[in-house]
Ligand binder design. Structure first.
Ligand SMILES: Nc1ncnc2c1ncn2[C@@H]1O[C@H](COP(=O)(O)OP(=O)(O)OP(=O)(O)O)[C@@H](O)[C@H]1O
Length: 477
């Protein structure tokens, strides 16, 4: 919904928290600063349940912590409305890992949030909240004596008992098994619907769509690098919500579409990544390599279209470095084969339907196929490139393997590490050096995920092998 309409429809509601032009910077392990959140403007309304979703690393938790006052923004402001009644606590926070004090009983853990009340007042409130979250009989137990679900109930009780104006929750159910998480979510829906509820508003960070769809009045989607508000979706459905209803499905589709766009933008938007491709050396002739190194590379053989690879890699120097997408290459192969059977171009949603999988499952394979140059994604269409078509129609396993190796080696981050491994000869390349190279080339990415994906892809293509005992990378025999 356009921003103006949203403001109009909510304009009669009281604002309890305003965020204006909020920016937050962090320092990377490489020492460079980067902006994680930029120009965030948002209002939270009285009585509203807001969900924040976005790709991993988009800055959801950082924004939540800035709003809750646990972190200070580097620029911009977070302001709370005057509480009413005056002595109302402004906020409370529910953490993903429960964050209970192990040496305190459940009663003592909950009492921590009400330091200003007398023991008698604390007792009354604790009894009420313990009853409400279904922990009666466990008042004097210690956290270690409770299951994960029960510990999170204590954590919820501790946040709710002080009747804060706003409750912030950071992935509160993600450490629980699916069944417990679902039942606790249903419990929260029930608690939220209580007519005498004191907590005015709630902000939830989640990466699970159904959590946002079940709980929120409004979902804000954050884009990444830097995190900005990408889209706002309102949900005017009564609770509990019926996942099979047409209205629910429509909103779910809006959310999936927005998320799909976000994923595709992340892969196709070159402006997101810094140009830091290293000086890439021209690939050497096989004879030179054999003379210099005892190790022979599986990729540099006389069948390789050496000059083409050289040209392609040189070409990438002018482009921005893209991250590797953490997915299995068998899925990418399956996707490309599937697309080659399409007579006309297909869009992402038809593709998911065809494959009987959700957007969440298919997107990483789409993003990886695009990174490898097998497809392009104009808008939400998924179209095979010439390379992709050739790959799909190649039935000889060896030739297909060679094409996959070629596509992977064309990626600057893989190529530069491959060169380092090759030059390290029989000694092998220390994992730390490869990770340093990743941090330098992809400072915005989680370097561990990038390293693991690089190993997975290179093993698949028989480009590099990893000895986990020695923590070294080698060119396979
Ligand atoms: N204290 C910190 N110092 C440096 N970088 C940080 C710090 N905290 C978070 N980051 C980085 O900032 C980015 C945003 O982190 P944040 O945890 O806010 O994202 P998120 O959207 O909540 O991610 P996820 O869904 O994976 O939990 C990530 O790249 C993260 O590595």
């Amino acid at each position: 919904m356009p921003k103006e309409l949203r403001i109009k429809s909510m304009s009669k509601k009281k604002i309890v928290l305003s965020v204006r032009s909020l920016c937050k910077d962090y320092r990377r392990p490489s020492g460079n600063m980067f902006t994680v959140l930029e120009g965030i403007n948002l209002d939270i309304y009285d009585g509203e349940f807001l969900a924040l979703v976005g790709l991993s690393g988009s800055g959801k938790s950082t924004l939540l912590r800035c709003m809750a006052g646990l972190l200070s923004p580097d620029r911009g402001t977070v302001s709370y409305a005057n509480p009413s009644p005056e002595n109302m606590q402004l906020s409370a926070f529910v953490f993903q890992n429960f964050a209970l004090f192990p040496w305190m009983t459940i009663r003592e853990n909950i009492a921590v949030s009400m330091p200003k009340l007398t023991k008698q007042e604390q007792h009354v409130r604790i009894d009420r909240i313990i009853q409400l979250v279904g922990l009666k009989g466990f008042e004097d137990a210690f956290p270690r004596e409770l299951s994960g679900g029960m510990r999170q109930r204590v954590s919820l009780a501790r946040a709710m008992v002080s009747d804060p104006m706003i409750m912030f929750m950071d992935e509160p159910f993600s450490a629980l098994d699916p069944l417990t998480s679902e039942s606790l979510r249903a419990e929260l829906v029930r608690l939220w619907a209580q007519p005498d509820r004191k907590i005015r508003s709630c902000v939830l960070v989640t990466h699970r769509f159904e959590e946002a769809l079940q709980l929120a009045d409004r979902i804000l989607i954050l884009s990444s690098n830097p995190g900005t508000i990408f889209r706002s979706i309102e949900i005017n459905l009564p609770r509990p919500r019926m996942p099979n209803s047409i209205e629910y499905k429509e909103i779910e589709e809006q959310l999936e579409k927005a998320f799909g766009q976000l994923h595709l933008d992340k892969v196709t938007d070159d402006t997101e990544y810094e140009t830091i491709a290293p000086e890439i050396q021209p690939i050497q002739k096989p004879t030179e390599i054999q003379n210099k190194n005892k190790t022979t590379s599986p990729i540099v053989d006389k069948n390789m279209e050496e000059s083409k690879l050289n040209k392609d890699i040189q070409h990438t120097k002018t482009k921005r470095v893209k991250p590797l997408i953490n997915t299995n290459l068998t899925l990418v192969e399956g996707l490309v084969s599937r697309l080659s059977t399409e007579v006309e171009t297909t869009d992402l949603y038809d593709l998911c339907e065809d494959m009987g999988q959700s957007v969440d499952q298919v997107l990483p394979a789409v993003a990886a196929a695009e990174t490898l140059g097998f497809i392009i994604t104009p808008g939400i269409r998924v179209v095979l490139t010439e390379e992709g078509r050739k790959f799909a129609s190649e039935h000889d396993a060896e030739a297909r393997g060679k094409m996959m190796r070629y596509a992977i080696l064309k990626l600057p981050v893989v190529y530069s590490i491959y060169e380092l491994v090759k030059n390290s000869g029989e000694e092998g390349l220390e994992a730390d050096i490869a990770i340093e190279q990743i941090v330098m080339m992809l400072p915005f990415e989680d370097h561990d995920v990038q390293f693991q994906t690089l190993l997975k892809w290179c093993r698949y293509a028989n480009l590099i092998v990893y000895d986990s005992d020695e923590e070294k990378l080698f060119i396979p025999d």
